[in-house]
Design a protein around this ligand. Structure first.
Ligand SMILES: CC(C)(COP(=O)(O)OP(=O)(O)OC[C@H]1O[C@@H](n2cnc3c(N)ncnc32)[C@H](O)[C@@H]1OP(=O)(O)O)[C@@H](O)C(=O)NCCC(=O)NCCS
Length: 223
């Protein structure tokens, strides 16, 4: 195969990847409440409210401590969940919870800090109960968080995770996030062990420009 063929092949591969990422970005959030079936269970999806504080605490306390490391605040603490409920009420955060019956089995949050110079940025956080992993709930919640963030006019989205969270990197890459920075020894767990923090991001305008460019090139190929 010649050099030109190799480059064309790479370009085709890249376009395919971007096209599949674009396809995975739900254009509109679901109409909530919504119900999906996963692994034979009916799962309800709806926005979190202040009334969910107690069930959210139960959920957080059922999780392996390592899964909470990417969060800046310890959501096993009642006062932290109180703050979270306030952020929801003041519209800085939107959280979609996934419930099996009355029990929370996952959630996705779009979190903005409300500060002037970063008002275009939101962090997406996703967490799924170990009992429900591998059933696509993480992907569905991430896609919904993405759609909500876009609907709110967010221009840059970020997600943070420890380096070993391969599933998290996969769900975010799937919708177009790329690795932006790695902060060494940024996190310390309850046992004093240090961990690196991976930051992934997606620039909404840049991603849109990539799609437009691909569309224009494809149109040229068919003229
Ligand atoms: C990240 C997380 C939400 C994913 O939830 P999930 O419901 O298991 O995810 P899904 O079932 O939608 O699977 C997502 C993808 O990850 C892949 N995956 C799952 N576990 C994996 C692992 N251990 N290693 C590599 N890939 C994995 C799945 O195969 C799937 O890819 P595919 O759709 O291309 O097959 C869940 O693992 C979690 O809560 N982790 C801890 C918290 C965290 O790190 N959150 C991310 C920071 S925002």
């Amino acid at each position: 195969m010649g050099l030109a063929d190799t480059i064309m092949g790479l370009l085709a591969g890249r376009s395919w990847r971007v096209a599949s990422q674009a396809a995975a970005q739900a254009s509109e959030p679901l109409e909530f409440p919504a119900q999906i079936t996963l692994g034979g269970d009916k799962i309800d999806l709806r926005p979190m409210t202040g009334y969910d504080r107690a069930v959210m605490l139960d959920f957080a306390r059922s999780l392996p401590p390592h899964d909470l490391l990417f969060l800046r605040r310890d959501i096993t603490q009642p006062e932290v969940v109180e703050d979270w409920a306030r952020d929801l009420q003041e519209d800085r955060y939107v959280t979609i919870v996934a419930l099996r019956g009355t029990q929370i089995v996952g959630y996705a949050t779009v979190a903005s800090d409300g500060l002037a110079w970063t008002r275009h940025v939101a962090e997406l956080r996703v967490l799924v109960s170990p009992s429900m992993r591998g059933l696509q709930l993480g992907r569905i919640l991430t896609e919904q968080a993405f759609a909500i963030a876009r609907q709110r006019g967010v221009r840059k989205m970020i997600a943070q995770m420890t380096l070993d969270q391969r599933a998290a990197m996969r769900v975010f890459s799937h919708i177009g996030f790329e690795r932006e920075a790695r902060l060494r020894n940024q996190l310390i767990d309850r046992d004093g062990q240090l961990h690196d923090l991976q930051i992934m991001s997606l620039d909404v305008d840049e991603f849109r420009a990539k799609i437009d460019l691909m569309t224009i090139s494809a149109q040229h190929e068919f003229v």
